[in-house]
Design a protein. Structure first.
Length: 96
């Protein structure tokens, strides 16, 4: 957030024209900001090592579905490793 404020803020008239949703990984350029193209914002964000794309309602549903699918995979992997660790513990302690 600080890096984006430092890089994008001056181009839009100051950091007071930026809003951040850290949980969802979104930066919003407020209507009070100076005019800046989507392409220029993408280039500025890319210069920090991050990526950006314009948000719209159509892409939001796809992004949410992809995020949930990723979370399901990680949760399943976590559960699998927990079970494997628990079984290993039982075998090693001679409880089984």
């Amino acid at each position: 957030m600080a890096i984006l404020s430092r890089v994008v803020g001056p181009k839009v008239g100051g950091t007071e024209h930026l809003a951040f949703d850290v949980i969802n990984g979104r930066m919003t350029i407020l209507d009070t900001a100076g005019r800046i193209s989507d392409n220029e914002v993408s280039q500025l964000v890319a210069s920090t090592g991050m990526s950006a794309k314009p948000w719209d309602a159509d892409n939001a549903a796809e992004d949410q579905a992809a995020h949930l699918a990723r979370q399901k995979r990680f949760t399943a992997l976590s559960g699998g490793f927990w079970v494997a660790g628990f079984l290993y513990h039982i075998v090693e302690t001679g409880m089984g």
